[in-house]
Design a protein around this ligand. Structure first.
Ligand SMILES: Cc1cc2nc3c(=O)[nH]c(=O)nc-3n(C[C@H](O)[C@H](O)[C@H](O)COP(=O)(O)OP(=O)(O)OC[C@H]3O[C@@H](n4cnc5c(N)ncnc54)[C@H](O)[C@@H]3O)c2cc1C
Length: 481
């Protein structure tokens, strides 16, 4: 095929995989460029030949953003994995899009710094992928999401031109801050090639505690107490409701007499500071204040690094859910903190009313109201059941100031939810931006926004003329991530 030959000429034959060695990839061709220039050259070839490009980082995304189909080319950033600069005085790193979060964390730690963002997929998730999904994670309530950690970025646009804004400073009010267009765009507006990430000092010590609590209110109160700690700063506040926690504890054979498993809610807290002992003492103070108001509260403070790791494994090994319920349907909502109790009180009976025994496992980043909800069913659900479930979970979310997609994005799996819930003016503006930057729709098509005509008609009148849409592929050709 001429396109493949042209691409081989750019990146070298050994960096183009086709055929049988790609059993897990619908596209049938995976290209791994080394540099921005090679990415731009590949994109130009794709544009000339009207071939869609699907950017791919660590493939840990949870909404089908990097799935590919026949006729498309996957562009992997795996070889763009160099930390080009890490300046401890500026507290800034310039990295290739394919650098994994863990690699950046380890390099920063050598200078007692950290990227200020963390998530369980750190070993595979790439900075380019995290920028593109606007990833959140456990520290978002404190440090913001990926958008707030990026000072500058470089991206190859659909016409092969280069958007280059490798600003290394926090303050930059010189016109529209267009980097934000690419952050959270899931590869639909361009391919992120290099990123400038802000770093923060990492604490000398951490302390971890687990509390068993009667209610969300009790958990929010503890978070408030921990935020006021003089001994350290709160780094994580992860909630696990009882059905999830029991499953995780059983899977890891974890038990602790001082934390019986019959509490409604478990809260994992982490403090970072100068002295571990002082932070542990502060956890004791927080516990004593809590039991005065909630006598049923229980708790344990990790006494060693190993105990800390054991507690974190309970939260991070969410694979236990998918081992129990293969392909279980999962959701990722944001709910304002004061609405979480009412939300759960509504959705639990709402789900049970759809089907007897249908129930959610709930866990997530409580300090910013991000709840992950996984159903106790093998997936996928039959379409009418899936629709009823989304009606229950997403009802009123926007009106109360929440979101149906907190940190995972839209990808290919949540397009219908975006169309169903987003403000029409926002949808129309999104489509105009997409058209302005990618008039042929070759950048990760059918992700975030659909390409089909009804959407175009319903959202915005199109200028007549140059538009040309790539033919839609059969949905059954889609591969899952
Ligand atoms: C166990 C587990 C825990 C997780 N925890 C969290 C969490 O706490 N918080 C959170 O936010 N997410 C979490 N995720 C989701 C996932 O890790 C993030 O979405 C991550 O940002 C994806 O990075 P990736 O490199 O794997 O991207 P991929 O999955 O490869 O791609 C994701 C999307 O970004 C696009 N993309 C990738 N690289 C580029 C690029 N260079 N330029 C343009 N587009 C690109 C792809 O086309 C796709 O649309 C978790 C996932 C797992 C499996």
């Amino acid at each position: 095929m001429a396109v493949v030959d042209d691409i081989r000429d750019v990146v070298g034959a050994s960096n183009v995989r086709t055929g049988d060695d790609l059993a897990d990839c619908g596209a049938g061709i995976v290209v791994a460029p080394l540099s921005t220039e090679e990415v731009a050259a590949v994109v130009r070839i794709c544009r000339r030949n009207e071939v869609p490009v699907v950017p791919q980082g660590g493939r840990t995304g949870l909404v089908g953003g990097s799935i590919s189909r026949p006729g498309e080319i996957v562009l992997s950033t795996a070889r763009m994995n160099r930390i080009e600069r890490l300046d401890p005085l500026e507290r800034v790193a310039l990295v290739g899009a394919g650098v994994t979060l863990e690699t950046l964390q380890e390099a920063a730690l050598e200078h007692r710094l950290e990227p200020g963002i963390d998530l369980a997929a750190r070993g595979s998730a790439t900075i380019g992928g995290m920028v593109s999904t606007n990833a959140g994670g456990v520290m978002a309530f404190r440090n913001g999401v990926m958008r707030h950690r990026v000072l500058g970025l470089e991206a190859v646009l659909a016409d092969g031109s280069l958007y280059c804004d490798l600003t290394r400073v926090v303050k930059n009010s010189a016109g529209y801050d267009l980097k934000h267009l690419f952050i959270g765009a899931e590869g639909t507006l361009g391919i992120v090639t290099r990123v400038v990430v802000k770093l923060d000092p990492s604490p000398r010590a951490t302390a971890t505690a687990l509390f068993g609590l009667p209610s969300v209110e009790a958990a929010l109160r503890i978070i408030r107490l921990a935020l006021e700690s003089d001994a350290g700063h709160l780094r994580a506040a992860e909630a696990m409701w009882t059905s999830y926690f029991s499953l995780a504890a059983a899977a890891h054979e974890w038990s602790e007499p001082s934390v019986p498993l019959d509490q409604p809610l478990f809260l994992l807290l982490s403090l970072g500071g100068a002295r571990e002992e002082a932070m542990r003492e502060d956890f004791e103070r927080i516990y004593l204040e809590t039991v005065q108001q909630y006598p049923d509260a229980t708790g344990i403070i990790a006494a060693s690094r190993r105990q800390e790791d054991d507690l974190w494994r309970l939260r991070e090994d969410t694979g236990v859910l998918y081992r129990a319920h293969p392909d279980a349907p999962s959701f990722d909502v944001s709910v304002p903190l004061s609405e979480i109790s009412a939300y759960l009180e509504r959705i639990i009976p709402g789900l049970a009313a759809i089907e007897s025994g249908l129930a959610p496992y709930v866990f997530g980043h409580l300090a910013d109201g991000n709840l992950h909800i996984v159903l106790n069913r093998r997936g996928p659900l039959a379409p009418p059941i899936a629709k009823a479930v989304e009606d229950v979970l997403y009802q009123q979310l926007r009106q109360i100031g929440g979101s149906f997609s907190a940190e995972h994005g839209v990808g290919s799996k949540r397009i219908h939810s975006l169309l169903a819930t987003a403000d029409p003016t926002k949808l129309a503006a999104m489509e105009r931006v997409k058209r302005a930057l990618d008039d042929q729709s070759i950048m990760n098509p059918e992700k975030v926004l659909p390409c089909d005509a009804w959407f175009v008609r319903s959202c915005s009148p199109l200028p007549s003329g140059n538009e040309r849409r790539l033919p839609l592929k059969n949905a059954s050709d889609l591969n899952d991530e």
